[in-house]
Write a protein that binds this ligand. Structure first.
Ligand code: ANZ
Ligand code: ZN
Length: 827
């Protein structure tokens, strides 16, 4: 065709790419391997602007590395278990699989139109029995290694979704999906013991430094929340000993976690979490009713509310006193909500002078405030502001005079020697609550037998398949898993004793599915194992992972935990799954995230219809650095389309044949081309994709100029430059680039084209701008060789049409030449 027609081009190449299997890795060891992975999509309906951006970024990397001679694996699959499918099925009286697999069909077509360089032969679905069989198998490995266990615990409960939520799924006290305020409920739940890995998860982040976004590392560090301090034992006088009858009065030893053992002399009361079992165990009879009232009142509060500094402090006295092991002082014991049951030991020593929360509490209940670190600031009892900085210890017996750090060490020594405490490192990280009372997930492969207890489903009986006959309302949660109602499915014989037994009816958090999928891509059809060790050794870890910052904590932390555990099980040979991480920005519209309620959504399909895939992709990449947001209101897909047409036209115009000798081409265009390749190579290596597009645009302008008013369309340098343009464009505009490549006479795909080699000699910046003055006025500027002779420069100046026009009829009296920068003509 003679006009740039994106519809024709989009129709022309997909079949060719398929036939040539251009996106399938060779996997023959002839090239070094690289693994590029986009966070796999949830099949929510159809591709949207967010996918379009994320996948455009990942594709730049995958395609670039391929040009650079790597054997690239760039797989794609579906995170296809999850609540939306189930809710849709309930509403439409169908099975979640129907909604899920229909969405996958639609979305896959869109992905293919969007021309991601994905190897579709490796496509996986986490909701396929062929996949979740191995999710279950992996669960059993965790179980066998004592990393999966059940316990009764207060859990976050969404009354609307009727399901348990992980802490992370509670956002500002609300269910992240339906925004219902979350309540607490005590349930027997499955957990993964991720806390065993807290230290390694933290420690190994060193390897990721510089390769992952700093803010993601910071978020993970914060989530793991390592605190150094001490455990110190206090005896609560008169309370029953642990496990003893309520009538026992021998005293209860409780342990507090403190990061400030130096302030032990400043403790003026103790606080237990009001909802911790211990509160009810130690309270005296007189105060029991008040405690129970209080417990009822705080039930609905989220941890965030409870710890909020603007909320008025509340609590109840328990009628007991705890003995400070350092000085024997008796401290009143309170129960309050600002102390959390599941952090540290759930009991604290309160030091109001040096901890703001304790100070607020002390002021609310008129408890004493005693300064033990003199920081030189105003007395907290007066100012209402706790002092937390360094200073000299006072009112602290043998600690007096020491600075904070030394006092911390010494206090720990003292309690350790007295047998009443020890150094302790505490983590904020909790074990991973993985069971869900929902249908559309991988069933937990455990059988409960009255005689044998928990019995793992024998591996040869995996997968434990979801029942296929449940529909609509039968799937709706009723406080227990919908699976519990499927009695045919639930009732089984015990694999150990053959007696009657029941299946576990919980399904796994879908984060379990996504914690190992990157391994499955190495051998997606393996029927004997979750993954083939040899393939995994060849391809993993992932060289470049691409996805949204919304997964900064959970998915990445869980995947890192899985990798470490599988390493410990001897199943893989590395401990970090993702060597490098790119968080692409969001696509906004009018400066705001697109949303239904704002009515500012942009439909990707409409954009693709109007401007073509390549123009949309190019716009995404050109708009900003990959990690920044793109505001669709500020960009111009029309402009991108025009640019693509201009670039495409160059390939139509260039007439030098495939056998052209580039070295014979026009030198100045050649140096622009080679400078562009050298610079864009560096820019790509450092992730500045938007600048690569800008440089490609400049190169296109230079070629146009060379064709129209330079050496002309047949110059080999023009062909060389157009080839470079096609290869650069193939990173973001695969259809246009392929069409250009073939217009240039190539028969293979541009996807497979080698990255152009830079001729260093052409990079030497050997032209300069010479200024031509007539009677002292600048009249022209000439691009000349840096080593031009005075005579040549004078001749070039006098030959300039502009200069001749200015000289007119006048006689040239004198020409002063200062090569290579200046020519001064005196007339
Ligand atoms: C006495 C003290 C004095 C404290 C002082 C701090 C400052 P991070 O750093 O977050 O680990 N704490 C311990 N367990 C708690 C719980 N379950 N709920 C609420 N607060 C709890 O915080 C550790 C500090 O938080 C601990 O050190 C404890 O107060 C409090 F000048 O002990 B500290
Ligand atoms: Zn049994």
């Amino acid at each position: 065709g003679t006009e740039y027609d994106f519809q024709r081009i989009e129709a022309a190449w997909p079949q060719f790419w398929d036939e040539q299997q251009v996106y399938k890795p060779l996997d023959d060891g002839s090239r070094p391997r690289r693994y590029v992975l986009d966070m796999f999509p949830y099949p929510s309906g159809d591709l949207h602007m967010g996918h379009a951006e994320a996948f455009a970024m990942g594709d730049v990397v995958a395609r670039y590395w391929k040009h650079r001679g790597f054997d690239v694996m760039h797989p794609i699959g579906w995170d296809s278990f999850g609540l939306p499918a189930e809710n849709a099925a309930i509403k439409r009286n169908t099975h979640p699989a129907e909604w899920t697999y229909r969405n996958i069909d639609t979305q896959k077509k869109s992905f293919q139109r969007y021309a991601i360089s994905a190897d579709w032969t490796r496509e996986i679905h986490t909701s396929d029995p062929e996949y979740y069989r191995w999710t279950q198998w992996l669960f059993l490995q965790f179980y066998k290694h004592n990393l999966a266990y059940r316990k009764d615990s207060p859990v976050n409960w969404c009354p609307t979704d009727q399901t348990v939520l992980a802490n992370e799924q509670v956002v500002n006290g609300e269910c992240e999906r339906c925004h219902t305020p979350v309540t607490k409920k005590s349930l027997n739940q499955w957990y993964f013991k991720i806390t065993d890995y807290a230290d390694r998860l933290l420690e190994d982040m060193k390897e990721l430094d510089g390769h992952w976004p700093e803010r993601v590392l910071a978020m993970q560090r914060n989530w793991i929340g390592r605190s150094e301090g001490a455990h110190v034992n206090f005896v609560i006088e008169g309370a029953p000993a642990e496990g003893a009858d309520a009538s026992d009065t021998s005293g209860r030893t409780v342990t507090v976690f403190t990061t400030r053992p130096d302030t032990l002399y400043g403790a003026t009361f103790c606080v237990v979490a009001a909802d911790a079992a211990i509160a009810g165990e130690i309270v005296d009879d007189e105060h029991r009713a008040a405690l129970e009232d209080y417990q009822e009142n705080i039930k609905a509060l989220s941890d965030i509310d409870r710890q909020s500094t603007d909320r008025k402090k509340t609590g109840v006295f328990l009628g007991r006193y705890a003995v400070n092991p350092l000085n024997g002082e008796k401290l009143p014991v309170w129960a309050a909500d600002y102390v959390l049951a599941d952090y540290g030991t759930g009991v604290i020593m309160a030091v109001p002078a040096h901890d703001q929360r304790d100070l607020d509490f002390a002021r609310a209940f008129d408890l004493p405030v005693r300064v033990v670190v003199d920081t030189g600031e105003e007395d907290p009892a007066v100012s209402g502001v706790a002092t937390t900085g360094d200073g000299q210890l006072v009112n602290s017996g043998s600690l007096d005079g020491l600075p904070k750090a030394e006092a911390i060490s010494k206090a720990i020594d003292i309690v350790r020697e007295a047998g009443t405490g020890e150094r302790h490192i505490n983590y904020r990280l909790r074990d991973w609550l993985l069971s869900r009372q929902r249908f559309w997930g991988a069933p937990i492969p455990i059988i409960h037998c009255e005689a044998c207890g928990e019995v793992p489903v024998p591996e040869d009986q995996l997968p434990v398949q979801l029942p296929e006959n449940l529909r609509g309302e039968e799937l709706s949660p009723k406080g227990q898993s919908p699976l519990a109602a499927a009695s045919d499915w639930v009732n089984v014989t015990c694999p150990e004793c053959g007696g009657p037994a029941t299946r576990d009816t919980d399904t796994m958090d879908t984060f379990v599915d996504s914690s190992w999928y990157y391994l499955r891509f190495a051998s997606p059809n393996d029927e004997n194992a979750p993954f083939d060790r040899d393939e995994v050794d060849r391809w993993l870890p992932v060289d470049q992972y691409v996805g949204g910052v919304e997964h900064a904590i959970l998915h990445l932390l869980y995947s890192r935990f899985f990798t470490k555990a599988l390493y410990d099980f001897g199943l893989i040979g590395f401990q970090e799954p993702f060597k490098a991480l790119l968080n692409q920005g969001q696509v906004l519209n009018g400066g705001k995230a697109m949303s239904k309620s704002l009515g500012n959504g942009v439909d990707l399909g409409e954009q693709l219809d109007a401007f073509g895939v390549d123009a949309v992709r190019l716009t995404m990449v050109f708009a900003s650095p990959p990690e920044d947001d793109v505001d669709w209101a500020d960009v111009s897909p029309q402009g991108s389309q025009k640019f693509l047409a201009r670039a495409w036209r160059l390939a139509q115009d260039s007439t030098a044949g495939a056998d052209a000798d580039f070295s014979a081409g026009d030198k100045s265009l050649r140096s622009v081309t080679h400078r562009t390749i050298a610079d864009t190579t560096q820019l790509l290596d450092s992730g500045k994709f938007n600048v690569v597009i800008a440089r490609t645009m400049e190169l296109v302008n230079a070629v146009r100029k060379a064709i129209d008013s330079g050496p002309g369309a047949s110059d080999p340098a023009v062909r060389e430059a157009v080839e470079a343009v096609a290869i650069l464009l193939s990173l973001v505009a695969p259809y246009t680039a392929e069409d250009m490549w073939h217009a240039l006479g190539h028969e293979d795909s541009v996807v497979l084209a080698a990255w152009p080699e830079v001729d260093e000699a052409l990079l030497v910046d050997d032209t300069v701008t010479a200024v031509v003055q007539i009677k002292g006025k600048v009249r022209d500027r000439l691009e000349v060789a840096a080593d031009i002779s005075e005579a040549d420069l004078e001749a070039a100046a006098l030959a300039s049409e502009t200069v001749q026009r200015h000289i007119g009829d006048a006689t040239v009296r004198k020409v002063i030449v200062r090569a290579p920068k200046l020519v001064n003509i005196v007339v």
